[in-house]
Design a protein around this ligand. Structure first.
Ligand code: NAD
Length: 408
């Protein structure tokens, strides 16, 4: 049942690092369905974090063995799987590159929750060790292997910071003008100055420097995708069989904002807005995430090119407006609670995303039908929800108190 193979330009061997995760699993299915040969590498650390937090995916995700078997039965396509830790097992990673000889590596394998990264010194140190070592091992192994592999990495819009003085955020590089010693005005482009808002975001800004260095020194071909907050859960492929279902995180650490609002409304829990809800964020639907990865793979940079950076988002919204939208759609009530993050109460966000649009992305924007679909999934599995896990408990500083209802 190969839905879209007629779009395939050329069949590639693709390793998906983090292919068991929220973005990685539907991407692996999508690439496999397109006709590519897909191999997943994942140490299942996200499932172990579920055990640590005692908060499972709302949807009943299947063990990796079942996922792979069902996909083979449904699609006729076989995907490979290696359970290794890319941050710790360098030699094993290199061996896999030598034996598999991939054309492309898609890199999702990082600890991706900002609140989790701020929980305690242990969580800060784990996030830094895991994310920075993992990314460096991948780059070092590509160079060490001598293979010409295109690396596609999932970065975040959060590397830019959220206060941009009314300027549209460019795609990775900022135009500047400097005055030379002889008084001449010279135009340059530099990596957009980073402004991380959490330890997690800080690791993603470090990733950017690692990419810059390996590209400059070893001519590695790298695409870095600065992704917005992903919402939704299903894609065309995950809907093919219930056992292919994707993760749905709703807890205070991993539940991303729009999915969390829809889940809260679906189970009759107040829609909790942090602070005034004046923060503006960038969003993308999971179906567009998988399409963007496909487009990034089809449009690789040349060896002499600099790191290619795309803003992978389709729209921006103020959090309070989203809460009101979900409330109108579902009848759920909104509750304002103290903001666990250290950030400005309000910000504007204007983002360029011309590169993906020029490559053929047709954005899926917020639409009542899709919001309804997520709500229905949340309702269907509401019996699996543990409401005590919904409030955000991590705080950015020791002085803050989490989840306290605001005065207004
Ligand atoms: P996720 O936690 O669901 O998936 C990450 C996967 O990587 C997990 O399956 C985990 O087990 C694996 N992993 C982590 N460390 C590993 C290691 N050292 N070795 C092997 N496997 C490892 O996260 P996600 O939501 O799918 O996010 C994937 C990527 O996309 C992240 O890098 C994240 O920064 C980026 N991103 C996500 C969002 C979002 O809204 N979900 C938004 C912007 C960017």
């Amino acid at each position: 049942m190969n839905l879209e193979s007629n779009h395939l330009q050329s069949k590639k061997k693709i390793i998906v690092l983090g292919g068991d995760g929220f973005c990685g699993w539907p991407t692996s299915l999508h690439l496999s369905n397109l006709g590519h040969e897909v191999i997943i590498i994942d140490n299942l650390s996200r499932r172990n974090i579920d055990n640590e937090l005692e908060a499972e995916s709302l949807t009943p995700i299947q063990p990796m063995g079942t996922r792979l078997k069902v996909w083979e039965d449904v699609s006729g396509q076989k995907m490979g799987f290696y359970n290794i830790d890319i941050a710790e097992e360098y030699d094993h990673l290199l061996e896999i590159l030598h034996s598999e000889q991939p054309d492309v590596i898609v890199h999702f394998a990082e600890q991706r929750s900002a609140p989790y990264s701020m929980k305690s010194p242990k969580h800060k140190r784990y996030t830094v060790n895991n994310n920075i070592n993992g990314t460096h091992n991948v780059l070092c192994a590509i160079e060490d292997s001598g293979l010409d592999i295109h690396l596609v990495h999932l970065g975040t819009m959060g590397v830019y910071g959220y206060g941009t003085a009314g300027m549209e955020i460019p795609e990775g590089y900022l135009d500047i003008e400097v005055t030379t010693d002889s008084g001449e005005r010279v135009q340059q482009q530099i990596l957009y100055p980073t402004n991380p808002g959490s330890i997690y975001h800080m690791t993603k800004t470090q990733d950017q420097l690692l990419f810059h260095y390996y590209n400059k020194n070893d001519n590695l071909r790298i695409t870095d995708l600065h992704q917005g907050i992903v919402w939704g859960t299903n894609t065309i492929e995950t809907k093919m069989d219930e056992r292919l279902i994707n993760r749905f995180d709703y807890d205070g650490d991993y539940g991303t904002v729009l999915n969390r609002f829809l889940m809260q409304a679906a189970v009759g829990y107040p829609i909790t807005v942090h602070g005034t809800g004046g923060q503006t964020r960038a969003f993308i639907h999971i179906q567009d995430t998988v399409r963007c990865i496909e487009l990034a793979i089809e449009n690789p940079p040349a060896r002499e090119d600099r790191v290619m950076i795309f803003n992978q988002m389709t729209e921006t919204h103020r959090i309070n407006d989203l809460a009101k939208l979900v409330s109108e759609l579902t009848g759920g009530e909104i509750a304002y609670v103290s903001n666990p993050r250290k950030e400005a109460a309000e910000n504007d966000l204007h983002v360029k995303n011309d590169l993906f649009l020029s490559k053929g992305l047709n954005p899926t924007t917020l639409d009542n039908g899709l919001l309804q679909e997520v709500t229905e999934i949340a309702q269907k599995y509401s019996h699996r929800a543990d409401y005590s896990k919904i409030p955000a408990k991590s705080t950015w500083t020791k002085e803050q108190q989490p989840g306290i209802p605001d005065a207004e």
